[in-house]
Design a protein around this ligand. Structure first.
Ligand code: FAD
Length: 469
């Protein structure tokens, strides 16, 4: 039996693909219809257009990744996604006609289904999993059992202790650990913390992507997808100035980190920022869900940045394997090196599908993550101190680990977490992220240090963490 934790796009696509290849699988998820996948709006990047190619997709990904992408992973995903899309279509899913353009992409290559692509494809896969008779269990992973660097089982909240030789973690990222976020509450870094305690290598934790355009409807955060900017919307400050070109030559189509900092800077200067949706033609047809809100709220909406995607996680190779035998990690919980220091829009759902659908190719012949390149590994000692609430962690992370960071704030934060209870997943993951951000004395991709505003480290140099024994 292969146990998959998480029922987002990564977990469900792996489960269906393994099941269709003849493997027995059980999916265990804290919330069966939970996770960021259901909230994803824009779509899935794939070079399927006539004038597009995997090479162009690769080149765009590397550019946005700012010198830290693992080229092997980028090459793998940008090539494989085209085949994986046809597999998902063979399973019966239909994308809408036409490809959309998003920030950082040189071609129209975003496959989509209405303006709720994530919900559409993940619900489709969930129904398919049910139809295929895949065992779906609502329960929470608490711990992994690992002996001599090999998985031997796991412990869940309701089910207790189980033996297992193969465990796939697809538990998502930790974007919910910031006060302002676009993420659902399921995403608090459980899988990363649980794997880390057993000896899994974790990397790139300092890189957290903030989405520039989050708004609120009915008091709740709502993400205004990248695609809107691809369709020509503009950002204005309250003086009516289209300020984006002061920060980047591509204006509204600049990479997310640049736009997030630009909007953050406008707020720091005392200006509220608005998005003007009126340039989009056929709004109701293109964005049917959003258009329902627009009818009530109008086409000029206040926007602010929020934590959106966590790039770092459990280090894996292109086969989804970690350094713990029998332990796989796929999707946002993992760090495959695809995104480097910054994620190109719509590449994460592509990563979910490639690593999920292709898992049967590797599941019977373990190679394991080569740890040769992880020579400079930082050891972290686990402690048991005072416990922090999620609200406290969210506030700390937003203030000191947010869009603009500095050494003083990060040192303070690391001390807070080092003296807190590291048996708590959210605290441990926050410590790793803060420590990475403190150690990286430069600015690169999503990581911006006002005391080190330039890129100065060697390209490809990453920070790995391992638990201290
Ligand atoms: P998730 O979908 O987050 O699923 C995690 C799963 O793990 C959940 O089922 C949860 O219940 C389960 N889980 C968590 N902890 C435990 C535990 N302890 N035990 C058991 N189960 C657990 N990316 C794109 O490429 N294109 C987009 O257009 C796009 N739009 C986005 C819009 C929003 C608002 C957000 C938040 C993200 C967006 N992203 C987008 C990012 C993308 O949605 C995510 O990176 C991706 O969905 C992650 O998928 P996943 O399967 O790895 O994890």
């Amino acid at each position: 039996m292969i146990y998959i934790f998480g029922s987002g796009l990564a977990g469900l696509s792996a489960a269906i693909s393994l099941h269709k290849s003849g493997y027995k699988v059980t999916v265990i998820s804290k919330k069966i219809d939970g996770g960021s996948s259901y909230w994803a709006k824009g779509g899935i990047a794939a070079a399927v257009g006539n004038e597009d190619s995997p090479e162009l997709h690769l080149s765009d990904t590397l550019k946005v990744g700012d010198g830290l992408c693992d080229v092997k992973s980028v090459d793998y995903v940008t090539r494989e996604i085209r085949y994986v899309i046809s597999t998902v279509e063979k399973w019966g899913f239909r994308f809408d006609e036409g490809l959309r353009l998003e920030g950082g992409h040189s071609k129209r290559r975003i496959l989509h289904k209405t303006d709720e692509t994530g919900r559409e494809i993940t619900s489709f896969l969930l129904n398919l999993a049910k139809k295929e008779g895949i065992n779906l269990v609502e329960d929470k992973l608490l711990a992994l059992k690992v002996k001599d660097c090999e998985v031997v089982g796991f412990v869940t909240e309701k089910g207790g202790s189980f033996d297992a030789e193969k465990v796939v973690l697809a538990t998502g990222g930790y974007g919910y650990l910031f006060k302002f976020t676009s993420n659902p509450s399921t995403n608090v870094g459980d899988g990363i913390a649980i794997a880390f305690r057993t000896g899994a290598l974790v990397s790139d934790m300092e890189f957290v992507q903030f989405h520039p355009t989050v708004t609120t409807f009915d008091g709740k955060a709502y993400l205004l997808t990248e695609t809107l900017r691809g369709e020509g919307v503009i950002l204005l400050n309250e003086k009516g100035e289209r300020f984006t070109f002061n920060y980047h030559s591509k204006g509204e189509l600049a990479p997310r980190d640049v736009l997030s900092r630009a909007i953050y800077d406008q707020y720091k200067k005392g200006y509220i920022v608005y998005i003007d949706l009126s340039p989009i033609e056929d709004f109701d047809g293109k964005f049917p869900v959003l258009s329902k809100y627009i009818k009530r709220y109008g086409k000029k909406l206040q926007v602010f940045p929020g934590a959106h995607y966590t790039i770092g996680g459990i280090r894996i190779n292109v086969r989804g394997e970690t350094n713990i035998k029998g332990l796989y990690a796929i999707g946002e919980v993992s760090d495959s090196g695809l995104h480097g220091a910054n994620r190109l829009a719509s590449n994460s759902l592509a990563e979910d599908l490639v690593y999920g659908v292709n898992l049967p190719m590797y599941i019977d012949n373990w190679e394991g993550l080569s740890v040769d390149d992880a020579k400079e590994t930082v050891e972290v000692k686990l402690s048991g101190g005072n416990s922090l609430s999620l609200d406290e962690i969210g506030e700390y992370n937003w203030n000191y680990l947010g869009i603009v960071r500095n050494g003083e704030g990060l040192s303070k934060l690391v001390k807070v977490y080092e003296s807190a209870d590291l048996n708590d997943n959210a605290t441990l993951v926050s410590l790793l992220s803060a420590k990475g951000a403190l150690l990286r004395t430069e600015s690169r991709g999503t990581h911006y240090r006002e005391d080190y505003p330039n890129k100065s480290w060697e390209d490809g140099k990453r920070i790995y963490f391992v638990v201290s024994r």
